[in-house]
Design a protein. Structure first.
Length: 367
């Protein structure tokens, strides 16, 4: 049985890497597929770790080095799951700098490797005695209880995904895929919880491992690699934005003036770090309400709405002699953009020409 399980882990690992490659380089649904590919990569690395832990043919140097390589990276799965759901319902969705904070808890996954590294460095430098028993006990104990925040994190983001989807009327293909996608993770979380409860009780940990090892958790993970990868690749290439649920007129009449005031009077768009969360804090409107009003009533994504004002400010400054000393990048930064490529891409999409072409045309008109 152990040989069959290890073979299954190897096949799952190989299939996972293949799926990741196909998703990362797919020509359709690029951004969404890359998020899904990152999610599958996390599962694949865990399967690889399980496989390598069950083979005896690895030479000692490689087995020793694996103590310092984090392969069980589970904490990012929750955020990737949530952001993938958002990218499927909104093709304009992109991770912001604030969104990247969701991935910081990955530190939970690397504690065992950091502990092993500290021990080895301490022994080499003479700070610690070469007795790894207490360190090994700490790492083993930590690995048992680290699964609790891992399970909780995925569950929380799964719940957030369900809440997010409630605000949209999905197209048939999106609805079916989102149901399957979240349903697979919900089923896996239920199985993992049934395993986790006895596993994290000190008196039962060894009993559970001796009785069923990790079969109940990792066999479903291999199945998830196959299912998620194949279904993700088969998703239609239509970049269709989900239709938001109808808004109340009262909500529109309240939100729109606040948003316009934030842009036109407070000029918050000049803040290069402006995000949906910051705009929510400034206006007092929930982020979900802002997104719904922008998408449904104004027919714009958050980035389109903000960039409209930034580009209008750029056009004003181009016509103002007091800003002639600034370069295009300098003007873009003055208007709230945080990088030249982002500004150039937004300007070309919105105006239909590059900033240089626009400035040249403006100069010719003045002449």
């Amino acid at each position: 049985m152990h040989l069959a399980f290890n073979t299954l882990m190897l096949l799952g690992t190989l299939q996972g890497f293949i799926m990741c490659g196909l998703l990362f380089y797919a020509s359709k649904n690029k951004y969404a597929n890359r998020l899904l590919g990152g999610l599958i990569l996390c599962i694949t690395l865990a399967c690889l770790n399980m496989y390598l832990g069950g083979v005896s043919w690895l030479p000692f140097p490689i087995r020793f080095l694996l103590n310092f390589v984090p392969l069980v990276i589970i904490m990012p799965i929750g955020p990737l799951l949530y952001f993938y759901v958002r990218s499927v319902t909104d093709p304009d969705f992109r991770l912001t700098r604030r969104d990247r904070l969701h991935f910081w808890p990955v530190v939970v996954d690397v504690v065992p490797q950091l502990t092993a590294l500290i021990f080895v460095v301490g022994v080499v430098t003479g700070l610690f005695v070469n007795n790894n028993r207490s360190w090994a006990i700490f790492i083993d104990t930590y690995n048992v209880y680290a699964d609790i925040p891992r399970w909780l994190t995925i569950t929380i983001y799964l719940f957030r995904s369900y809440r997010y989807l409630e605000g949209f009327n999905l197209h048939k293909d999106q609805l079916q895929w989102m149901k399957q996608f979240t349903g697979v993770f919900l089923g896996f979380q239920a199985v993992w919880l049934l395993y986790l409860i006895p596993y994290t009780i000190p008196q039962l940990t060894d009993t559970v491992l001796n009785a069923v090892d990790w079969y109940p958790v990792y066999i479903p993970m291999v199945g998830m690699v196959y299912f998620l990868g194949i279904k993700g690749l088969l998703m239609p290439g239509r970049e269709v934005r989900a239709t938001p649920a109808p808004l109340e007129e009262r909500l529109i009449t309240t939100a729109v003036p606040l948003l316009l005031k934030a842009m036109e009077e407070d000029r918050v768009f000049l803040n290069p770090s402006l995000s949906l969360g910051l705009l929510s804090a400034h206006t007092g409107l929930p982020s979900k309400t802002i997104s719904a009003v922008l998408n449904q009533h104004l027919n714009k994504s958050f980035n389109e709405f903000i960039n409209n004002y930034r580009i209008a400010a750029f056009k004003e400054k181009v016509s103002d002699p007091s800003f002639e000393h600034l370069t295009i990048m300098g003007l873009a930064l003055e208007c709230g953009f945080n990088s030249l490529p982002t500004f150039q891409r937004a300007f070309k999409n919105m105006v239909g020409m590059t900033p240089k072409e626009y400035i040249k045309m403006t100069d010719q008109i003045r002449i």
